[in-house]
Design a protein around this ligand. Structure first.
Ligand SMILES: [Zn+2]
Length: 402
């Protein structure tokens, strides 16, 4: 059952005096989340599970239907009239997600359940104005195509993002204080929410990830791509820290002489040892002098490893070992219930899982609680789900959380 009572200490600087409809708002979110997670579900079942009055449930359901969040569907008949059940309304595209990657940028729509409906992509241009122009063009097209059902735009960026979207820094392209959020808002008239890619992917994992993760309230998402980023979830929400700068563990010092430099030019950072680029550099070293390694990509490297090719497996396993070292440090410091590894590397899980887990087990001192280490189930593009979640999660999140 969902817990209404969160033992979070009240921050008197931020607390609003409870409005008379606060309880009603909370109950509304509870009913909505029952439909989201357990639907199709009947009004009677919701009343039974929540111990809310049947009449209260009916009133809330009516409100959620009018707002277009849920709909009635027919259940399986067991002889008589088929029961009327409630389900999340998924007829329309309601969110646009913009996933700005270091190579490609994806602009996509999804329904309320997070199903991607339309998707377009282009090569990210190092020129910020050009990338912004292309994003706006595609967002406008998708808005037109959907007859104004889109309610908001979420943007995930491979860099630092201030929670209000006003300041950001994308080291790969040296973008600073990019007015993307403002320009996108002005061009579309829609609210725009922006966040760091790993934070956004962690949010997606929390709301749209595998069921066993949705039950976990403290976890860390390790996003492995061109760089390594982490999104920290504490008590069921993303921990952003001062100015949104938390989670930069990709730049913690792991050692010296990494195979590549991190996005800021250091060869001592975790991402210099554990990113896709580091795996590719290891592979090229291992196959130096051999033909055919010039146009290898991270994706073809995984293909080769899954086929059993020695150097490809070796390059990925060495990378997994460094992933394990960094994850062990995170576990020591934060003791999360779970660590989730996300990004394209997840496809190589059969090759790397044991190496990651063994390194973590042998590195961590005994006596610490064991942490589950698992692969993300959000597919190869968890950051696109992240961008969409920035819009979708706000519809389901508890109103008491600001
Ligand atoms: Zn660094």
């Amino acid at each position: 059952m969902l817990s209404v009572c969160q033992m979070r200490r009240i921050d008197l600087k931020k607390a609003n005096v409870a409005r008379s409809n606060t309880i009603r708002d909370i109950n509304r979110q509870i009913v909505l989340n029952y439909v989201r997670e357990r639907g199709p579900i009947s009004r009677a079942e919701i009343a039974h599970e929540t111990a809310l009055q049947r009449s209260t449930v009916s009133l809330i359901v009516e409100e959620l239907r009018v707002d277009g969040l849920i709909e009635e569907v027919s259940g399986e008949s067991t002889g008589g009239r088929p029961p009327i059940l409630l389900s999340l309304r998924t007829a329309d595209a309601v969110a646009i997600g913009v996933d700005v990657g270091t190579n490609r940028t994806i602009v996509a729509t999804s329904d309320l359940a997070g199903r991607v409906l339309q998707e377009e992509s282009f090569e990210t241009d190092p020129d910020a104005e050009e990338t912004t122009r292309q994003i706006i063009e595609r967002a406008r097209k998708l808005i037109r195509r959907n007859n104004e059902t889109i309610e908001g735009i979420g943007v995930s960026l491979p860099g630092l993002v201030h929670p209000d979207g006003s300041e950001l820094f994308v080291p790969t392209f040296n973008w600073r204080d990019l007015p993307l959020s403002k320009e996108l808002n002005e061009a579309t008239g829609l609210p725009v929410t922006m966040d760091n890619d790993a934070n956004a992917a962690a949010l997606a994992e929390l709301w749209f990830g595998r069921p066993e993760i949705r039950e976990v309230r403290d976890f860390i998402l390790v996003l492995v791509e061109d760089g390594v980023g982490t999104g920290i979830v504490f008590d069921g929400q993303v921990y952003r820290g001062e100015n949104g700068a938390a989670g930069e563990f990709g730049h913690m010092t792991i050692g010296q002489g990494a195979p590549v430099a991190c996005a800021s030019g250091s060869r001592e950072c975790w991402e210099a040892f554990a990113s896709e680029r580091s795996a590719l550099a290891r592979y090229k070293n291992l196959t130096r002098g051999l033909n055919g390694n010039a146009d290898v990509t991270f994706s073809t490297l995984i293909d080769s490893a899954l086929r059993g090719e020695g150097p490809a497996r070796q390059a990925l396993k060495a990378t997994a070992n460094y992933l394990g070292i960094g994850i062990a440090n995170l576990i020591r410091g934060l003791a999360p219930e779970a660590v989730i590894v996300g990004g394209p590397i997840v496809r190589a899980w059969p090759v790397i899982a044991d190496d990651i887990k063994t390194t973590v087990e042998t590195t961590i001192c005994r006596g610490l609680p064991s942490t589950h280490i698992m692969a993300s189930t959000l597919g190869p593009e968890p950051t696109l789900m992240g961008a969409l979640s920035l819009v979708l999660a706000s519809k389901f999140a508890s109103v008491s959380v600001t």
